[in-house]
Design a protein around this ligand. Structure first.
Ligand code: KIV
Length: 290
């Protein structure tokens, strides 16, 4: 029996009814890749709120509370100003809104780089205060020791290699990585290092396709691609990108909907009915009992 509360879809208020459920576990996700192959690719999307999690949960193996919420939810210029408290608040909301998918919460910039001990303090707060099953952190060989430290202490880690957005200042932008032989070798070495350190899976972001293919073949753990290759063990996108919430569509994004158009059109209808006094009608107003 779970302690996760079901959200009442009718009212969007938390309804404290414990739900029996079988949530996917870290070992179950790892087992989806066996003998170097994943028969059915793993499906991951970002989620930041309880209601969004509730809608995505039946379709996903993993929900990632990404620090991309900095730009997507808070309008920040990058992921760098995102705080641990922000990640914890959104992580807890996503856990409350889901029952099936494995929930992974990003560790924000500054919370884990200085030492494995700092990383443990931040990661253990995430695990204890959100109920998520794992954390994700960015980096390769340089962060492998921290991944080993967390993994050995009961904190499953998803790694993130290739284009690592928290390193935007060092990388000089968000362009795809791995076009030189040196960078190609470095990304492969990063991926192998985090797998050897005990990461249960990794995201590979924004790399030329041959790197993604080689990395997927080189490690035993699932490799989840974004701007990578259909041959990865799974795929992730930022949900709002996939839903068509933004005008700018990076090359690696496929818009499966036009949510921005739908919201604009619906808000325009509402505004027009308010201005013409067509809303509210009798159906939406209370009358005294006769
Ligand atoms: O923060 C995020 O949303 C991510 C995904 C893009 C992988 O790290």
């Amino acid at each position: 029996m779970s302690t996760t509360f079901q959200l009442d879809t009718a009212t969007s208020r938390a309804n404290p009814t414990p739900q029996p459920m079988k949530r996917l576990t870290v070992p179950a996700i790892k087992r989806r890749k066996s003998d170097g192959k994943t028969d059915e690719p793993l499906v991951m999307l970002t989620a930041y709120t309880a209601r969004q999690a509730q809608l995505l949960d039946p379709h996903c193996d993993m929900l990632l509370v990404g620090d991309s919420l900095g730009q997507v939810i808070y309008g920040l210029p990058s992921t760098l100003p995102v705080t641990l408290d922000m990640m914890i608040a959104h992580g807890a909301a996503v856990v409350r809104g889901s029952y099936h998918a494995l929930v992974i919460v990003d560790m924000p910039f500054g919370a884990y780089e200085a030492s494995p001990q700092d990383a443990f303090r931040a990661a253990s707060r995430i695990m204890a205060e959100t109920g998520a099953a794992a954390v994700k952190l960015e980096g390769g060989q340089a962060i492998a020791e921290t991944i080993a430290f967390l993994s050995a202490r009961g904190i499953p880690v998803m790694a993130h290699v290739g284009l690592t957005p928290q390193a935007v200042n060092a990388l000089g932008g968000y362009a795809a990585r791995g076009r030189s032989q040196e960078e190609h070798e470095k990304i492969l070495a990063d991926g192998k290092a985090v797998a050897d350190a005990g990461a249960f899976a990794m995201v590979v972001e924004g790399v030329v396709e041959p790197i993604a293919v080689a990395l997927t073949g080189a490690v035993e753990v699932p490799v989840i691609g974004i701007g990578a290759s259909a041959q990865c063990d799974g795929q992730v996108l930022v949900t709002e990108d996939m839903l068509g919430m933004f005008e700018r569509v990076p090359r690696f994004v496929k818009r499966y909907g036009d949510m921005a158009g739908y919201i604009s059109e619906t808000a325009a209808n509402y505004a027009s009915e308010v201005r013409s006094r067509a809303f509210p009608t009798e159906a939406q107003t209370y009358q005294p009992k006769s």
